[in-house]
Ligand binder design. Structure first.
Ligand SMILES: C[S@@+](CC[C@H](N)C(=O)[O-])C[C@H]1O[C@@H](n2cnc3c(N)ncnc32)[C@H](O)[C@@H]1O
Length: 276
Protein backbone atom coordinates (compact mmCIF):
# COMPACT_ATOMS: atom_id res chain seq x y z
CA UNK A 1 0.00 0.00 0.00
CA UNK A 2 1.40 3.45 -0.97
CA UNK A 3 1.98 5.99 1.77
CA UNK A 4 0.57 9.24 0.28
CA UNK A 5 3.17 11.20 2.24
CA UNK A 6 5.98 9.38 0.42
CA UNK A 7 4.46 10.43 -2.91
CA UNK A 8 4.08 14.03 -1.74
CA UNK A 9 7.67 14.06 -0.41
CA UNK A 10 8.92 12.90 -3.81
CA UNK A 11 7.28 15.86 -5.58
CA UNK A 12 7.67 18.63 -2.97
CA UNK A 13 10.23 21.28 -3.94
CA UNK A 14 10.30 23.73 -1.01
CA UNK A 15 10.26 27.00 -2.94
CA UNK A 16 8.59 26.20 -6.23
CA UNK A 17 6.68 29.46 -6.62
CA UNK A 18 9.75 31.58 -5.83
CA UNK A 19 11.85 29.54 -8.27
CA UNK A 20 9.28 29.97 -11.06
CA UNK A 21 9.00 33.70 -10.36
CA UNK A 22 12.80 34.07 -10.54
CA UNK A 23 12.87 32.06 -13.79
CA UNK A 24 10.22 34.18 -15.51
CA UNK A 25 12.27 37.29 -14.77
CA UNK A 26 15.09 35.65 -16.77
CA UNK A 27 12.60 35.36 -19.66
CA UNK A 28 12.04 39.12 -19.47
CA UNK A 29 8.52 38.57 -18.06
CA UNK A 30 6.76 39.30 -14.79
CA UNK A 31 3.74 37.88 -12.99
CA UNK A 32 1.68 40.58 -14.75
CA UNK A 33 2.85 39.71 -18.29
CA UNK A 34 3.33 35.92 -18.11
CA UNK A 35 0.94 33.84 -20.27
CA UNK A 36 -0.47 30.31 -20.13
CA UNK A 37 1.84 29.39 -23.03
CA UNK A 38 4.94 30.84 -21.33
CA UNK A 39 4.32 28.57 -18.33
CA UNK A 40 3.82 25.37 -20.34
CA UNK A 41 7.47 24.18 -20.22
CA UNK A 42 7.30 23.96 -16.42
CA UNK A 43 3.64 23.33 -15.57
CA UNK A 44 2.87 20.42 -17.92
CA UNK A 45 4.64 17.65 -15.95
CA UNK A 46 4.31 14.77 -18.39
CA UNK A 47 6.04 13.46 -21.51
CA UNK A 48 5.32 15.69 -24.49
CA UNK A 49 4.20 18.65 -22.37
CA UNK A 50 1.60 20.97 -23.90
CA UNK A 51 1.41 19.03 -27.17
CA UNK A 52 0.47 15.84 -25.31
CA UNK A 53 -2.26 17.69 -23.38
CA UNK A 54 -3.60 19.23 -26.55
CA UNK A 55 -3.76 15.84 -28.29
CA UNK A 56 -5.50 14.16 -25.34
CA UNK A 57 -7.95 16.95 -24.52
CA UNK A 58 -8.99 17.38 -28.15
CA UNK A 59 -10.50 13.87 -27.98
CA UNK A 60 -12.83 14.71 -25.06
CA UNK A 61 -15.58 16.67 -26.91
CA UNK A 62 -14.92 19.76 -24.77
CA UNK A 63 -16.86 23.03 -25.12
CA UNK A 64 -17.22 26.22 -23.06
CA UNK A 65 -20.19 24.51 -21.30
CA UNK A 66 -18.02 21.61 -20.10
CA UNK A 67 -17.32 21.11 -16.44
CA UNK A 68 -14.03 19.19 -16.41
CA UNK A 69 -12.08 17.24 -13.77
CA UNK A 70 -8.25 17.11 -13.81
CA UNK A 71 -7.19 14.12 -11.68
CA UNK A 72 -3.69 14.60 -10.19
CA UNK A 73 -3.51 18.09 -11.68
CA UNK A 74 -0.01 18.92 -10.40
CA UNK A 75 0.61 22.65 -10.90
CA UNK A 76 -2.50 22.87 -13.06
CA UNK A 77 -0.79 23.43 -16.42
CA UNK A 78 -3.23 21.25 -18.34
CA UNK A 79 -6.12 22.80 -16.37
CA UNK A 80 -5.06 26.30 -17.47
CA UNK A 81 -4.69 25.11 -21.06
CA UNK A 82 -8.16 23.49 -20.87
CA UNK A 83 -9.78 26.65 -19.44
CA UNK A 84 -7.90 28.99 -21.77
CA UNK A 85 -8.07 26.92 -24.97
CA UNK A 86 -11.52 25.32 -24.68
CA UNK A 87 -13.22 27.83 -22.36
CA UNK A 88 -14.11 25.09 -19.84
CA UNK A 89 -14.57 25.28 -16.08
CA UNK A 90 -11.90 23.04 -14.59
CA UNK A 91 -11.57 21.45 -11.16
CA UNK A 92 -8.23 19.89 -10.27
CA UNK A 93 -7.17 17.72 -7.35
CA UNK A 94 -3.65 16.70 -6.31
CA UNK A 95 -1.92 15.04 -3.38
CA UNK A 96 1.04 17.47 -3.35
CA UNK A 97 0.00 20.57 -1.42
CA UNK A 98 2.88 22.67 -2.73
CA UNK A 99 1.76 21.98 -6.32
CA UNK A 100 -1.79 23.09 -5.47
CA UNK A 101 -0.65 26.30 -3.75
CA UNK A 102 1.75 27.10 -6.57
CA UNK A 103 -0.92 26.25 -9.16
CA UNK A 104 -3.43 28.59 -7.49
CA UNK A 105 -0.92 31.44 -7.67
CA UNK A 106 -0.18 30.68 -11.34
CA UNK A 107 -3.94 30.77 -12.10
CA UNK A 108 -4.07 34.25 -10.56
CA UNK A 109 -1.03 35.42 -12.53
CA UNK A 110 -2.78 34.56 -15.82
CA UNK A 111 -6.26 35.69 -14.69
CA UNK A 112 -7.90 32.24 -14.72
CA UNK A 113 -8.74 31.95 -11.02
CA UNK A 114 -12.49 32.21 -11.66
CA UNK A 115 -12.46 29.35 -14.18
CA UNK A 116 -10.27 26.91 -12.29
CA UNK A 117 -10.41 25.56 -8.75
CA UNK A 118 -7.52 23.45 -7.49
CA UNK A 119 -7.90 21.23 -4.41
CA UNK A 120 -5.41 19.46 -2.19
CA UNK A 121 -6.51 15.83 -1.77
CA UNK A 122 -6.42 12.27 -3.02
CA UNK A 123 -7.81 10.99 -6.29
CA UNK A 124 -8.98 7.96 -4.30
CA UNK A 125 -11.44 10.01 -2.19
CA UNK A 126 -12.46 13.16 -4.04
CA UNK A 127 -14.71 15.75 -2.37
CA UNK A 128 -16.88 16.03 -5.50
CA UNK A 129 -20.52 15.03 -6.08
CA UNK A 130 -21.61 12.00 -8.11
CA UNK A 131 -22.18 12.65 -11.85
CA UNK A 132 -20.85 16.21 -11.52
CA UNK A 133 -18.34 16.37 -14.43
CA UNK A 134 -18.92 16.26 -18.19
CA UNK A 135 -15.36 15.05 -18.82
CA UNK A 136 -12.26 14.06 -16.89
CA UNK A 137 -8.61 13.55 -17.70
CA UNK A 138 -5.54 12.24 -15.94
CA UNK A 139 -1.99 12.89 -17.12
CA UNK A 140 0.89 10.78 -15.73
CA UNK A 141 -0.67 10.06 -12.33
CA UNK A 142 -1.66 6.38 -12.30
CA UNK A 143 2.01 5.36 -11.99
CA UNK A 144 1.85 6.51 -8.35
CA UNK A 145 -1.44 4.78 -7.50
CA UNK A 146 -1.51 1.06 -6.74
CA UNK A 147 -5.29 0.72 -6.36
CA UNK A 148 -6.25 1.20 -10.01
CA UNK A 149 -9.73 -0.33 -9.55
CA UNK A 150 -10.49 2.10 -6.70
CA UNK A 151 -9.07 5.02 -8.70
CA UNK A 152 -11.26 4.44 -11.75
CA UNK A 153 -14.33 3.64 -9.64
CA UNK A 154 -13.86 7.03 -7.93
CA UNK A 155 -13.36 8.89 -11.22
CA UNK A 156 -16.40 7.14 -12.78
CA UNK A 157 -18.50 8.10 -9.74
CA UNK A 158 -17.89 11.82 -10.40
CA UNK A 159 -18.42 11.60 -14.19
CA UNK A 160 -21.92 11.96 -15.67
CA UNK A 161 -23.22 9.07 -17.79
CA UNK A 162 -21.87 9.51 -21.34
CA UNK A 163 -18.99 11.68 -20.06
CA UNK A 164 -15.53 10.98 -21.49
CA UNK A 165 -12.35 10.14 -19.60
CA UNK A 166 -8.89 10.62 -21.14
CA UNK A 167 -5.92 8.90 -19.50
CA UNK A 168 -2.31 9.49 -20.54
CA UNK A 169 -0.08 7.40 -18.27
CA UNK A 170 3.22 5.59 -18.52
CA UNK A 171 2.33 1.89 -18.76
CA UNK A 172 4.12 -1.47 -18.94
CA UNK A 173 4.68 -2.54 -22.54
CA UNK A 174 7.11 -5.39 -21.92
CA UNK A 175 9.10 -7.30 -19.31
CA UNK A 176 12.35 -6.29 -17.58
CA UNK A 177 13.30 -4.48 -14.41
CA UNK A 178 12.84 -0.71 -14.57
CA UNK A 179 15.84 1.57 -14.10
CA UNK A 180 15.22 4.14 -11.29
CA UNK A 181 15.00 6.99 -10.38
CA UNK A 182 12.17 7.97 -12.71
CA UNK A 183 10.32 11.31 -12.84
CA UNK A 184 7.44 9.96 -10.70
CA UNK A 185 9.37 7.82 -8.18
CA UNK A 186 12.84 7.30 -6.76
CA UNK A 187 12.28 3.54 -6.41
CA UNK A 188 9.66 0.78 -6.58
CA UNK A 189 8.01 1.82 -3.28
CA UNK A 190 5.84 4.48 -4.93
CA UNK A 191 5.85 3.20 -8.52
CA UNK A 192 2.95 1.06 -9.78
CA UNK A 193 3.33 0.91 -13.54
CA UNK A 194 0.97 -1.68 -15.03
CA UNK A 195 -0.16 -2.73 -18.51
CA UNK A 196 -2.92 -1.11 -20.57
CA UNK A 197 -4.79 -4.41 -20.15
CA UNK A 198 -4.84 -3.86 -16.38
CA UNK A 199 -6.16 -0.32 -16.86
CA UNK A 200 -8.87 -1.69 -19.15
CA UNK A 201 -9.88 -4.30 -16.56
CA UNK A 202 -10.24 -1.50 -13.98
CA UNK A 203 -12.23 0.60 -16.51
CA UNK A 204 -14.64 -2.25 -17.12
CA UNK A 205 -15.21 -2.83 -13.41
CA UNK A 206 -15.91 0.91 -12.99
CA UNK A 207 -18.46 1.05 -15.83
CA UNK A 208 -16.12 2.81 -18.26
CA UNK A 209 -16.20 1.65 -21.88
CA UNK A 210 -12.92 1.97 -23.85
CA UNK A 211 -13.32 3.98 -27.07
CA UNK A 212 -9.71 4.56 -28.17
CA UNK A 213 -6.16 3.49 -27.36
CA UNK A 214 -2.79 4.79 -28.63
CA UNK A 215 0.79 3.86 -27.73
CA UNK A 216 2.89 7.05 -27.57
CA UNK A 217 6.35 5.44 -27.25
CA UNK A 218 7.78 6.99 -30.46
CA UNK A 219 6.29 10.38 -29.57
CA UNK A 220 8.04 10.10 -26.17
CA UNK A 221 11.43 9.36 -27.73
CA UNK A 222 11.11 12.35 -30.11
CA UNK A 223 10.17 14.56 -27.15
CA UNK A 224 13.27 13.56 -25.16
CA UNK A 225 15.53 13.90 -28.24
CA UNK A 226 14.25 17.45 -28.82
CA UNK A 227 14.63 18.30 -25.11
CA UNK A 228 18.25 17.11 -25.09
CA UNK A 229 19.08 18.78 -28.44
CA UNK A 230 17.61 22.13 -27.34
CA UNK A 231 19.42 21.99 -24.04
CA UNK A 232 22.76 21.13 -25.74
CA UNK A 233 22.30 23.91 -28.32
CA UNK A 234 21.52 26.49 -25.62
CA UNK A 235 24.36 25.32 -23.35
CA UNK A 236 21.93 24.19 -20.62
CA UNK A 237 18.22 23.96 -19.86
CA UNK A 238 15.98 27.03 -20.34
CA UNK A 239 14.93 29.06 -17.25
CA UNK A 240 11.53 27.29 -17.20
CA UNK A 241 11.54 23.55 -17.78
CA UNK A 242 10.75 20.23 -16.15
CA UNK A 243 14.21 20.26 -14.50
CA UNK A 244 12.71 22.85 -12.11
CA UNK A 245 10.30 20.13 -10.87
CA UNK A 246 12.61 17.11 -11.11
CA UNK A 247 15.57 18.74 -9.33
CA UNK A 248 19.20 17.67 -9.29
CA UNK A 249 18.49 14.13 -10.46
CA UNK A 250 16.84 15.36 -13.70
CA UNK A 251 19.57 13.94 -16.04
CA UNK A 252 19.38 10.51 -14.36
CA UNK A 253 15.56 10.46 -14.42
CA UNK A 254 15.46 11.39 -18.10
CA UNK A 255 18.23 8.91 -18.99
CA UNK A 256 16.36 6.07 -17.21
CA UNK A 257 13.01 7.04 -18.75
CA UNK A 258 14.57 6.94 -22.24
CA UNK A 259 16.40 3.64 -21.54
CA UNK A 260 13.22 1.98 -20.23
CA UNK A 261 11.29 3.27 -23.24
CA UNK A 262 13.95 2.19 -25.79
CA UNK A 263 14.01 -1.30 -24.20
CA UNK A 264 10.19 -1.45 -24.64
CA UNK A 265 9.65 -1.96 -20.90
CA UNK A 266 7.36 1.10 -20.66
CA UNK A 267 5.78 3.78 -22.83
CA UNK A 268 3.20 6.49 -22.42
CA UNK A 269 -0.21 5.25 -23.56
CA UNK A 270 -3.45 7.14 -24.18
CA UNK A 271 -6.76 5.53 -23.28
CA UNK A 272 -10.14 7.17 -23.88
CA UNK A 273 -13.27 5.79 -22.23
CA UNK A 274 -16.94 6.68 -21.90
CA UNK A 275 -18.96 6.31 -18.71
CA UNK A 276 -21.83 3.93 -19.40
C1 LIG B 1 4.07 13.46 -12.87
S1 LIG B 1 2.99 14.48 -11.97
C2 LIG B 1 1.78 14.95 -13.19
C3 LIG B 1 1.03 16.19 -12.79
C4 LIG B 1 0.04 16.72 -13.83
N1 LIG B 1 -0.98 15.74 -14.14
C5 LIG B 1 0.73 17.14 -15.08
O1 LIG B 1 0.70 16.38 -16.06
O2 LIG B 1 1.34 18.23 -15.10
C6 LIG B 1 2.07 13.32 -10.98
C7 LIG B 1 1.11 13.99 -10.02
O3 LIG B 1 0.25 13.02 -9.47
C8 LIG B 1 -0.05 13.41 -8.16
N2 LIG B 1 -0.58 12.25 -7.43
C9 LIG B 1 0.03 11.07 -7.19
N3 LIG B 1 -0.78 10.26 -6.49
C10 LIG B 1 -1.94 10.92 -6.31
C11 LIG B 1 -3.18 10.64 -5.65
N4 LIG B 1 -3.40 9.49 -5.03
N5 LIG B 1 -4.15 11.57 -5.66
C12 LIG B 1 -3.95 12.78 -6.27
N6 LIG B 1 -2.80 13.12 -6.89
C13 LIG B 1 -1.82 12.20 -6.90
C14 LIG B 1 1.27 13.92 -7.63
O4 LIG B 1 1.13 14.71 -6.49
C15 LIG B 1 1.78 14.67 -8.85
O5 LIG B 1 1.39 16.01 -8.82
Amino acid sequence: MTDPQDVEKHYAHGDLLGTIEAAIAKLGKSIDTITVDDLAPVDEFHIGGRLASEELLSQLSLSPESNVLDVGCGLGGAARFCADGFGCKVTGIDLTEEFIKTGQALCQWVGLEDNISLHHGSALAMPFDDNSFDAAYMLHVGMNIEAKADLFAEIARTLRPGGLLGVYDVMRTGPGELAFPLPWAANTETSFVVTAEQYKTAFEAAGLELTAERNRGDFALSFFEALQANSAAAGGPPPLGLHVLMGKSTPEKVKNMVANNVAHRIAPVELIARKL
